[in-house]
Write a protein that binds this ligand. Structure first.
Ligand SMILES: [Zn+2]
Length: 178
């Protein structure tokens, strides 16, 4: 399984993560899927980002209302959800799934996790360790990892985001011109 992030989805995830930092953001991802690829077109944040993570995740009525609204207003499907892990105290945030993340992971969906930490220097965007996307924006270091659950097993999957990598090249070009 591979997860393709569109420009819209990439920007949506970044803005959502940075907006609520140091709290954690939550939302759903819309797009479509084939047997071995999931295309994520949009990230839609839940309005209740300031509420505790677990409340949002186990509110299935809310998720169902959102999914129904998506189905009746767009040609996209709800292909999964996303949330961020923010730096808490001295320990750096990681993209590892927590116990709760695993517990509430729905079969046949993608779960995207963004880890956000403070960073001193800008860093270009690129892929690290098994298809995780990593980079920095305005003093925040951000890592984006994707997981997929099938046959009751959660596996890390590669993210493909040509826009993010293009973003890096553009930035290097503009530095070179100076
Ligand atoms: Zn989590």
């Amino acid at each position: 399984m591979e997860v393709y992030l569109s420009e819209n989805a990439f920007i949506g995830l970044l803005v959502s993560t940075i907006e609520v930092y140091r709290r954690e953001c939550f939302g759903i991802i819309l797009g479509h899927s084939t047997s071995d690829k999931v295309f994520v077109e949009f990230a839609v944040p839940y309005q209740t980002a300031n509420r505790k993570y677990r409340e949002v995740h186990i509110d299935w009525n809310r998720s169902q209302r959102v999914e129904e609204a998506v189905r009746s207003t767009t040609r996209w499907e709800c292909v999964g959800d996303y949330h961020s892990h923010a730096k808490y105290g001295p320990s750096r945030a990681t993209t590892q799934l927590s116990k709760e993340d695993k517990q509430y992971f729905k079969e046949g969906t993608v779960g995207i996790v963004m880890a956000v930490n403070d960073i001193a220097k800008p860093r270009p965007w690129g892929y690290v360790k098994g298809g995780t996307l990593s980079g920095a924006v305005n003093g925040y270091s951000i890592r984006i990892a994707a997981y997929y659950k099938s046959n009751d097993q959660i596996k890390k999957t590669h993210i493909v985001c040509p826009y993010a990598i293009g973003f890096m090249e553009k930035r290097q070009d503009s530095l070179r011109e100076r």
